[in-house]
Ligand binder design. Structure first.
Ligand code: HEC
Length: 125
């Protein structure tokens, strides 16, 4: 009788301790998810900021002079490498003398371009 009772107590303790370690997991998972959502939000903000620049400093001209390259939120990521090449490597864009990018705009574009290469987990977005 005592042995059975002891087994029962050990059983309950085991179940409780297993449950309590399991109970901790969802908290860890939800922290991971929060971090993931935060990084997705940051990427979205980065992209929205870059889009405003493309819209104000690039599309204004492309709409008239290079209609095949009017940047949108949907297509801009597929243009990221070309934009990097024209703006940062060859420095051909923005074309002409009238439209200039501020240093913050250069920085914001670069931040977006790098975000299209990798997210925090090293995956393409
Ligand atoms: C005042 C006009 C004008 C502005 C402003 C301008 N572009 Fe252009 N862009 C052009 C024209 C015209 C072409 C096509 C002919 C050429 O390549 O020169 C072009 C072509 C391009 C190309 C393709 C070039 C190639 O050979 O592959 C890219 C990429 C590009 N622009 C990016 C941008 C970006 C990014 C901005 C803004 C930061 C920008 N452009 C601002 C006129 C402009």
């Amino acid at each position: 009788m005592m042995v059975t009772l002891a087994k029962l107590v050990i059983g309950i303790i085991t179940v409780l301790s297993v449950n309590s370690t399991n109970g901790y997991k969802p908290i860890q998972e939800s922290n991971k998810l929060t971090a993931l959502y935060t990084s997705i939000d940051t990427v979205k903000d980065t992209k929205a900021t870059a889009f405003q620049i493309l819209e104000n400093k690039c599309n204004v001209c492309h709409q008239k002079r290079d209609k095949r390259r009017v940047f949108t939120l949907e297509n801009m990521n597929t243009w990221a490498n070309d934009i990097n090449k024209q703006v940062f490597i060859k420095k051909r864009m923005p074309k002409g003398k009238k439209i200039k990018l501020t240093s913050k705009e250069y920085q914001d574009l670069l931040t977006w371009i790098s975000s299209t290469q990798n997210n925090q987990n090293g995956n393409k977005i």
